[in-house]
Design a protein around this ligand. Sequence first.
Ligand code: NAP
Length: 302
Amino acid sequence: MAQIYDRVALIGLGLIASSMAHKMREAGLAGEIVGTARSAETRETVRELGFCDRVAETAAEAVAGADLVVLCVPVGAMGAVAAEIAPHLAEGATISDVGSTKRAVIEAVAPHLPDGVHFIPAHPVAGTEQSGPHSGFAALFENRWCLMTPEGADLDAVARYEGFWKALGSNVDFMEPDHHDLVLAVTSHAPHLIAYTMVGVADDLGRVTDSEVVEYSAAGFRDFTRIAASDPTMWRDVFLSNKDATLEILGRFTEELFALQRAIRRGDGDHLHAYFTRTRAIRRGIVEAGQDTDAPNFGRGR
Ligand code: NAP
């Protein structure tokens, strides 16, 4: 694979950035990979792991001379990082992010950026419940979607960045940011909140002991516990930055849950059967679209 950018700066060196770096290395996509992280501890770990060619002490230092800069920090930290790097960005550089929500990131980042750079927000819909620089692997983005919300960015810069994500293994699609946030509220954010809640309920339930929960964990609950182990900072920021769409979906979810609750109380088996038949068809559609590669772990696409 040919080199696409001369120097790529990764700001934040956790699961997503380290996976990008591993794949960039494997496919030869960048002349140089420069990374930086907030803590000295993470920077030292990355030096030891060696997936960056250079680890800079600050974000300002990392972006100097980079033709691609990718913000890989929690969504709530994007604005502050953009403010820090803005005066140091090279003319003509592409600036992107990997945040799980898009409208809030655009509102936080765009006002800081100087004229002459190309801002192309993106979201790789791929992840695991692991975090930190040890957790990355080159195949993370393989056959997953990367959703881009460029809103009027330069077409040549967008095409180049699209090629970069395809070379990382992803399929690429374009969306309007608010639509992205609604889609992800349905497919990822609300399901995570439900998993967090279910694990909390099990923990609170005095009549079932913790060891029974762990020992007799059926597949569904085991998946919930895995998802509920996801990084608390990242997910706090996701919900706070995608408030409206998440609340809309949770409102609908609650209505449906009440309807199923009523059907169970009334012994309305027909209602339950019809409902489960409809949802089974949705699952089959996902399998046919090849998006179940991590089955039964529905948390891999975030
Ligand atoms: P991660 O493994 O937890 O790594 C986060 C990185 O951001 C770390 O290097 C951390 O630095 C740094 N950081 C944390 N808080 C910061 C702050 N306030 N200011 C500056 N740097 C800060 O995270 P990740 O899973 O790679 O996620 C990164 C981004 O990708 C998030 O925006 C998330 O929404 C998005 N995303 C995640 C997934 C997923 O499944 N994990 C999937 C798609 C998109 P230290 O190590 O020094 O603390």
